[in-house]
Design a binder for this molecule. Structure first.
Ligand code: PEP
Length: 250
């Protein structure tokens, strides 16, 4: 018996348009009545105002995909946590592997971004995960613990307010999914690390991400430490996302 209700989060990445977003969200909301898990969509920053309006009064929370490590000022192109807050953003992905990889985000930077989100009352969804080479070298635990340790170190007693997403890099956008056993094994390691840092660690949701879809969600979500999903590609199709929300509502 867990105290954690499932949390299912769509990561739209750099996809969407005003027209496409409206039809996707309206199709999801049309069939949301039987969903009782927690849900959110993390959208490109330019669409936050649109999504704030589309999701108003619904059970789907609004999320962003990144946040600046700075509070305000001369940081051209960046978006601050307070700005996200202005658009009723409840969740913000930090340290997604695509940001770590293509924007050279370090563990320390990701930790500061989590701190900025928390200070603005936004729940950071902290992504951790190993590459295939790291897994093959037996480094999986070491890598994910190092990534999470930076966030724990920088956020102290607030740590129970975060969400963690375990996303093995080799499973993101590849169609390769971690087996439920592989996911559970890493989630248990992360849970133990959180328990050592906080007496409220049992409240922290640890999501799995990496080619989760309507066909494999149930067996992943059945694992004791898999508290939900961070879903990329399959979150862009209303029937698939809805099916996963319903699976998580059981
Ligand atoms: C992601 O973007 O976080 C992700 C898990 O993508 P996908 O579901 O497409 O693998």
């Amino acid at each position: 018996m867990t105290m954690r209700s499932k949390l299912m989060v769509g990561n739209w990445k750099m996809n969407g348009s005003l027209v496409a977003n409206a039809s996707l969200v309206n199709a999801i909301l049309d069939d949301i009545a039987t969903v009782n898990c927690r849900a959110a969509v993390c959208v490109p920053a330019v669409f936050l105002a649109q999504l704030q309006a589309l999701l108003a009064g619904s059970c789907i929370g609004l999320g962003a995909q990144d946040v600046s490590a700075h509070a305000s000022g001369a940081y051209t192109g960046e978006v601050s946590a307070d700005m996200l807050r202005d658009f009723a953003v409840r969740y913000c992905i930090v340290g997604h592997s695509e940001r770590r990889q293509y924007h050279a985000e370090s563990d320390a930077l990701v930790a500061i971004k989590a701190q900025r989100a928390l200070a603005a009352g936004i729940t950071p969804i902290v992504c951790v995960g190993e590459s295939l080479a790291e897994r093959d070298a037996g480094q999986t635990e070491h890598v994910v613990k190092r990534q999470l340790a930076a966030v724990i170190h920088a956020n102290g007693h607030c740590i129970s307010e975060i969400v963690v997403a375990y996303e093995p890099l080799w499973a993101i956008g590849t169609g390769l999914t971690a087996t439920p056993e592989q996911a559970q094994q890493v989630h248990a390691v992360l849970r133990a690390q959180l328990q050592a840092a906080s007496s409220h660690a049992d409240l922290i949701s640890i999501l799995y991400g990496g080619s989760m879809n309507a066909a494999n969600a149930a067996e992943l979500l059945a694992q004791p430490d898999v508290d939900g999903g961070l879903i990329g590609g399959a979150a862009l199709k209303a029937p698939d996302f809805l099916s996963m929300l319903k699976t998580a509502s059981r």
